[in-house]
Design a protein around this ligand. Structure first.
Ligand code: SAM
Ligand code: SF4
Length: 330
């Protein structure tokens, strides 16, 4: 699949549920309305959709959400999609999780063919963790991470940089990741969906974070790309890899290789734009024939926009797109 700007689309991110057992302050409001279950695709339908993308050349698949591991029986989807890894059709299948259910599922993920996972951890302080996630607990997440490590999964920690909330912990997080052998990626808050507060005060440009880190750490740019938008440095003192995802200070759209599928079968061709494509209709209208679905996918890719333009400042307090990150999958 080649889009109008010559970019090859090889990466599909799938939000398998919009629901979550946490309510992170930058992602959701405390009282969220979730999709009615009838609108959500079955696991079999999600499998069929993902498989259609694999047949069209997708080489990397990431399950996300919401919290993917709270969807009932999600492991059966993971196992079934694992056949594309085992056949060599996919280079990689992975997941982004908040870690709350990881202790239970880590081995099953590995057995299904996953080798790397992303776990979101914004703080190693139990109280602060609770303040950020509202409903989450640090302990189960740390146990889940340990289980994942024991199962043989390579772990990357995702940390959203939050001004005056977790910016006093970055050194500790870098040290911890170095000790544990985890990669770490820092993310700027993106203006997606209404949250209860105002994101302006929490937004922390990673250019400032990096400049501050460089007072204490030796950061050397490295060319590594993991198929995502992060730019990496090597941390001299720990030997670990640290990535920066900077959708606001440095737009990364020119190398975008991805599209995003929601659990209702809507395809978003850009995280920061509203244009979408309905894949549920062709999927359901032709239960045993994928040709209409394939045509709908081609048509959607032909509309992939050049890029997004997120802005967070005092004049742009509202979200750039109305949907939450948990709908499209972060
Ligand atoms: N629930 C899983 C988790 O938290 O890892 C997967 C879905 S979550 C939407 C994926 C990633 O998006 C997480 O690392 C989260 O921190 C990040 N995220 C959520 N809302 C965001 C926002 N408004 N700006 C930047 N990152 C956000
Ligand atoms: Fe849930 Fe992930 Fe959003 Fe936090 S960031 S509320 S864990 S979907």
């Amino acid at each position: 699949m080649i889009d109008p700007f010559g970019r090859s689309i090889t990466y599909l991110r799938v939000s398998v549920t919009d629901r979550c057992d946490f309510r992170c302050i930058y992602c959701m409001s405390e009282h969220m309305t979730f999709l009615p279950k009838v609108e959500v695709l079955s696991l079999e339908e999600l499998d069929r959709l993902c498989t259609a993308f694999v047949h069209k050349g997708v080489r990397k698949l990431r399950l996300t959400g919401g919290e993917p591991l709270v969807r009932r029986d999600v492991i059966s989807l993971v196992r079934s999609l694992g056949r594309h890894v085992k056949s060599g059709a996919l280079d990689e299948m992975t997941i982004t999780t908040n870690g709350s259910q990881l202790e239970r599922y880590a081995e099953a993920l590995f057995d299904a063919g996953m080798r790397r996972i992303n776990v979101s951890v914004d703080s190693l302080d139990p109280e602060k963790f609770k303040r950020i996630t509202r409903w989450g607990g640090l302990d189960p997440v740390l146990r889940g991470i340990r289980a994942a490590k024991d199962a043989g999964l390579k772990i990357k920690i995702n940390t959203v940089a939050l001004n005056r909330i977790n910016d006093d912990e970055f050194d500790q997080l870098i040290t911890w990741c170095g000790e544990q052998g985890f990669d770490m990626t820092m993310i700027e808050t993106m203006p997606m969906g209404d949250i209860d507060g105002d994101r302006t005060k929490d937004y922390l440009p990673l250019s400032l974070v990096r400049a501050d880190l460089e007072k204490r750490w030796t950061l050397t740019d490295i060319p590594d790309r993991t198929g995502g938008p992060a730019r990496y440095v090597r941390v001299g003192e720990t030997g670990g890899r640290l990535g920066f995802i900077t959708p606001l200070t440095h737009n990364f759209c020119e190398s975008c290789n991805r599209v995003r599928l929601t659990c209702t079968g809507t395809l978003y061709m850009c995280l920061g734009q509203n244009d979408d494509a309905d894949l549920r209709t062709p999927l359901r209208q032709h239960p045993t024939d994928d040709r209409a679905l394939a045509a709908a996918i081609d048509e959607a890719i032909s509309r992939k926009p050049k890029g997004h333009d997120f802005i967070i400042d005092r004049r742009h307090k509202g979200p750039a797109v109305p949907r939450h990150m948990s709908v499209t999958g972060g």
